[in-house]
Design a protein around this ligand. Structure first.
Ligand SMILES: Nc1ncnc2c1ncn2[C@@H]1O[C@H](COP(=O)(O)OP(=O)(O)OP(=O)(O)O)[C@@H](O)[C@H]1O
Length: 236
């Protein structure tokens, strides 16, 4: 579905990412792990055309994304849940969801909102409240719900656990599991390796701009180096 081939990205003189090759197959959850500054977000930015690669290619269902503008990706079936959620604080919860399907028919939007409230019943209670008043966990659910409004085939998430208490992280990941079960493919960028590996089928690990290992989640969970570097002493 998504193929990244030998991707390189520069910020001026800084090479943030080089030689990154990564595949996401339909129906999978794939996670990209790595510590701060490893280059994970840069890969996501390149997929969304927020930065232009200095080398390599990115294709979606066989079509190069490098010729696409960011705003056209949604039409291809790609939606992004950005880092720090970036919801519209001065709009209500329902209005935020409507923005996720901007330009679509009223019935498309109505059905999307109904489906979103089915998936996130807690959001429904706040439908008419301003998004600014939501807790961090609810804002993350709203950001995911907004991205799902366009019925993406591929959902990209940048650090959905960021700033959330552990219980809320569990809830967000449980919802992502449901989203995947209902047919949406997921590429997840995370620093919370434990949660990400529990959800994902496969994972890639990045260090200093390159992919240093990849495999199934089971393989990486059993890997001593990964355990020491990313999983601490936690027992899975
Ligand atoms: N706009 C920018 N200008 C210059 N350098 C940048 C810019 N954005 C990122 N970098 C650098 O590129 C490298 C990769 O950053 P990136 O944000 O992709 O890492 P990351 O793995 O997503 O980390 P984080 O979890 O902190 O976002 C880092 O060295 C970072 O300092």
């Amino acid at each position: 579905m998504l193929e990244i081939n030998q991707l390189a990205v520069q910020y001026g003189d800084i090479t943030a990412v080089r030689n990154v090759t990564l595949d996401v197959y339909p129906g999978e959850v794939v996670t990209l792990l790595g510590s701060n500054g490893a280059g994970k977000s840069t890969v996501l930015r390149a997929i969304c055309r927020l930065v232009y690669p200095s080398g390599g290619d990115i294709t979606f269902n066989g079509q190069s994304l490098l010729t696409y503008e960011t705003r056209k990706l949604v039409g291809l079936g790609i939606a992004l849940v950005p880092e720090n959620r970036r919801i519209f604080p001065a709009l209500t919860v329902t209005q935020n969801l409507e923005m996720g399907a901007y330009g679509r028919s009223r019935s498309y939007i109505r059905e999307g909102i109904e489906e979103t409230y089915e998936l996130f019943p807690s959001l429904k209670r706040y439908a008419r409240k301003l998004a600014v008043g939501l807790s961090g966990g609810e804002q993350q659910m709203l950001a995911i719900g907004r991205a799902l409004m366009s019925r993406p085939r591929l959902l990209l998430l940048d650090e959905p656990s960021l700033g959330l208490a552990p219980m809320l992280v569990d809830q967000v990941f449980e919802k992502l599991g449901q989203v995947n079960l209902s047919g949406t493919t997921i590429l997840l960028i995370e620093q919370n390796a434990r949660m990400a590996l529990m959800l994902a089928n496969r994972a890639y690990v990045m260090e200093s701009g390159i992919v240093t290992s990849h495999g199934t989640s089971e393989e990486l969970l059993a890997d001593e180096q990964i355990k020491n570097a990313y999983l601490g002493m936690q027992t899975i």
